[in-house]
Ligand binder design. Structure first.
Ligand SMILES: Cc1ncc(COP(=O)(O)O)c(C=O)c1O
Length: 476
């Protein structure tokens, strides 16, 4: 930090031009590699107001009307997921001891909050035990007679689950990863098998985590079957809907998330498909009583009978970001959000058709929501793979796709991300392009250009990288 002031505050745009001009073009229609996209213009004005008002949602004294606004927001979201009767919400309104959930900076903190609440609920106070919150995990396991705990997720789970388990002092080895089926959803038969196995070993399942929109492929687990299994084994069921939660606004597509209403807790990110800037996420509890397991108090703040929202959140001071969501709900309405969600899913389907129709690309995962994966695979190589499924060819194709993605990023005209996926058909791990089609500005013409650029880069790289194929292909 410089000792003396170097810049006049009115000149900062000029003086920091280098930073501003070289940031990632997240709102460009060609930037389709990640979950960040263009935002509605009216949010710029709101961002100014939020800074000007500088509310701190940790307690009512510093956020008067904002506290009420945030509670309204939580109600709307809870209702979107759980659709309870009005009398349920009136009762919650009257009881300041519980909360429908809480806002936080994003999906990671929301997932951590869910596991925290589940842990404290499972290992709560009892006759001769003050609860895990006071006595810790070792004493809690001893008291309850469990050999250990377990968290069950599919292989597609977001890494924030690992972080959460780590922070909660449970050790990431308690995470049991269940393989996915050909549709990239958790194998519920293997899930049930695992539950049985753990029960027989006196290992208590802390929570099953369902994914509603996996980060890599956008697929949604069979949440209904998972909820039935969770009930059978009497364990917490958490749904990570950080990405897919907003799909509940779509009458056409919300059936994909069937069963989410059975979840004990749900993570939703507003800074993903609700088109709010970073960072606004939330955790919702089916039964508001669950929130009681994570309450903390302090004498100067967060008094027991206050309405301070900070009683239920990991974070202390928190900005009034939720005003963006509140205003967006009013501006877009359910119909507006439905339009955005429907368009994103239909655009992903359209792009998957374009890939399938192309001779030189291979669709790897079909879009269930608006995420899909594919790779560059020239026609002649496709024939070769079908005939001669060997490691050498696969390695070369992986190299080629990695290089294409890097070159495209370096060129700076467009951006897709990449990931690694195990492919059951070929029996090996593929390097694939991953696209997220959430930006309303992205149209067919942009998608065509992106594919065209990748094809050109691929053709140029092919001969240097995959020399063997010319010879191999001779006898095709
Ligand atoms: C499914 C899922 N869960 C959780 C997260 C973490 O969210 P955040 O980055 O807001 O902490 C992500 C982020 O991409 C995600 O895709």
């Amino acid at each position: 930090m410089p000792k003396e002031s170097q810049v006049h505050s009115s000149h900062f745009i000029r003086d920091f031009k280098l930073i501003l001009d070289n940031c990632s073009p997240t709102s460009s229609p060609y930037f389709i590699g990640h979950m960040t996209s263009s935002l509605p213009n009216f949010l710029l004005e709101l961002a100014k107001l939020i800074t000007e008002k500088n509310q701190n949602l940790v307690k009512v004294e510093t956020s008067k009307s904002f506290t009420k606004m945030e509670l309204d927001c939580l109600y709307m979201l809870h209702n979107l997921i759980y659709q309870n009767h009005d009398y349920f919400y009136s009762e919650v309104n009257l009881n300041s001891q519980f909360s429908l959930g809480s806002f936080c900076s994003g999906g990671t903190i929301a997932n951590l909050t869910a596991l925290w609440a589940a842990r404290n609920n499972l290992l709560g106070p009892s006759k001769n035990f003050q609860g895990v919150q006071s006595e810790g995990v070792v004493a809690a396991l001893r008291y309850y007679g469990y050999k250990n705990l377990a968290v069950i997720v599919s292989e597609r789970a977001h890494y924030s689950i690992k972080k959460s388990v780590d922070i909660l002092g449970l050790g990431i080895n308690i995470i049991h990863t269940i393989p996915t089926d050909k549709d990239h959803k958790i194998r519920t038969d293997l899930l049930e098998q695992k539950m049985n196995e753990l029960e027989s070993q006196q290992i208590k399942v802390l929570t099953i985590v369902g994914i509603a929109g996996s980060t890599e492929t956008g697929h949604v687990d069979d949440l209904l079957t998972m909820s039935i299994i969770a009930k059978k084994y009497q364990c917490h069921f958490h749904v990570d809907a950080a990405w897919g939660g907003a799909t509940m606004t779509s009458a056409r597509y919300k059936h994909i998330l069937k069963g989410i209403e059975q979840a004990d807790s749900v993570t939703v990110d507003a800074h993903k498909q609700f088109y709010i800037p970073m960072g606004l996420g939330m955790i919702l509890f089916k039964k508001p009583q669950l929130s009681k397991n994570i309450t903390h108090h302090a004498n100067y703040i967060l008094r027991k009978n206050s309405n301070d929202l900070g009683r239920f959140s990991i974070e202390g001071s928190r900005s009034g970001m939720s005003l963006m969501l509140y205003v967006s709900f009013k501006v877009f309405g359910l119909n507006g959000y439905e339009l955005l969600i429907n368009e994103s899913i239909e655009k992903a389907k359209q792009f998957s058709r374009m890939i399938k129709e192309s001779k030189n690309f291979q669709l790897i995962t079909h879009p269930e929501l608006c995420i899909l994966t594919y790779r560059y695979l020239p026609n002649k190589i496709q024939k070769l793979i079908n005939r001669d499924n060997n490691d050498y060819i696969h390695t070369k194709i992986n190299d080629l796709n990695v290089k294409i993605q890097e070159k495209q990023k370096q060129n700076g005209n467009s951006f897709v991300s990449r990931t690694k996926l195990f492919n059951y058909q070929y029996g090996y791990t593929m390097d694939v392009f991953r696209v997220v089609l959430a930006n309303p500005l992205t149209q067919e013409k942009h998608l065509k250009k992106i594919l065209h650029e990748q094809e050109k880069i691929g053709q140029n790289l092919f001969d240097t990288l995959v020399k063997f194929t010319e010879k191999e292909c001779e006898y095709n």
